[in-house]
Design a protein around this ligand. Structure first.
Ligand code: ATP
Length: 309
């Protein structure tokens, strides 16, 4: 019995450290299907997916005790709509995103999906409802096909190809030495940033999850790649509840809702047209700076200081 137990224990340990390592590296998409670290609550039920509304209610969170990172964060990401999180570096945008698949749990407050507290549902069913596209997509050792299949292990080759087409990846895949069987990852071919992003979008499409978490790239791609990635993202966002850490004015301006975060709080919330006209608003200031070609949210010194609690 002990012999059988040891490898299982080692595997569990590996999963725990992998989950931590990957979360820290902001590659959470790829591990959505790894066995969750914490056990489900007794009596946890599968998530009953409805339209995919995500609600944060008074969420407090800290990585280390006594160092609050999120303070009383509340907002609703409406089903089938795009909610853009914006704000200076360190405001807590990525932290908000990592609470939705429950890589961490809030200290106070709750997160609801279609009215169900995510703390009360099985993690497996929760994560099956979520896809994630990161800034720096991770490619595993294996073929291009395998890498797309990480989105949903039981996807057929036809489904993989269909997702690749919709992600504007099919054409470049066919130009690779072995097409979909071309090895990528450390020992495989090197793909450009834009190609990696399109593979990551294909993964999200094959997953076909109702909720999409998206960390928009800050690094510039060449113009052609940029347009292909942008169009692929628009396809992926269609009809899903999207929470996007947005950096581009075009994404932000088109979002159904903008949540401006500052020092772990929601500072402002609304649509672009409303926020932009707010006298002395944080977003209005950010927008003006972007118009001048300055990344407004990197100029955090220029922003009003947060009220400490
Ligand atoms: P950026 O735009 O730079 O990614 P952000 O708004 O996404 O910033 P977060 O990454 O959520 O902000 O970080 C919020 C705060 O939490 C920062 O002070 C950061 O240093 C801290 N933080 C983030 N991840 C961890 C972690 N794994 N352990 C400890 N502190 C963390």
């Amino acid at each position: 019995l002990l012999l059988a137990y040891e490898p299982a224990k080692r595997l569990a340990r590996l999963q725990v450290s992998l989950e931590r390592a990957v979360v820290n590296a902001r590659m959470i998409y790829e591990i959505l299907d790894i066995q969750p670290q914490q056990a489900d609550r007794p009596g946890a039920k599968p998530l009953m997916m409805g339209k995919g509304e995500v609600v944060l209610e008074g969420v407090n969170f800290s990585y280390q005790q006594g160092d609050p990172i999120l303070r009383d964060v509340s907002f609703t990401a409406h089903a089938g709509r795009t909610t853009a999180l914006v704000g200076p570096s360190g405001a807590g945008k990525s932290t908000v995103i990592s609470l939705v698949p429950r890589f961490y749990d809030p200290e106070a407050g709750r997160i609801l999906i279609d009215g169900q507290d995510i703390a009360d549902v099985t993690k497996q069913s929760l994560r099956a409802a979520i896809a994630y596209v990161s800034q720096q997509p991770y490619l595993f050792e294996g073929s291009i096909r395998d890498n797309i299949r990480y989105g949903r292990p039981d996807a057929t080759d036809t489904e993989i190809e269909e997702a690749a087409r919709r992600a504007n990846a099919h054409d470049f895949i066919l130009t690779q030495p072995r097409g979909y069987d071309t090895p990528v990852g450390e020992n495989g071919i090197t793909l450009s940033g834009g190609q990696r992003q399109r593979l990551s979008i294909a993964r999200a499409l094959v997953r076909n999850a109702p909720i999409l978490l998206l960390d928009e790239a800050t690094s510039a791609l060449d113009t052609e790649s940029e347009a292909l990635v942008q169009r692929a993202l628009e396809t992926a966002m269609q009809g899903r509840t999207v929470i996007v850490i947005a950096h581009r004015l075009s994404t932000i301006a088109r979002a159904d809702k903008i949540v401006v975060m500052q020092a772990g709080r929601v500072a402002e919330e609304g649509r672009h047209d409303d926020l932009v006209t707010k006298t002395d608003g944080i977003y209005a200031r950010f927008h003006n700076m972007q118009m001048l070609g300055i990344d407004g949210f990197d100029e955090s010194d220029a922003l009003p200081q947060p009220v400490s609690s």
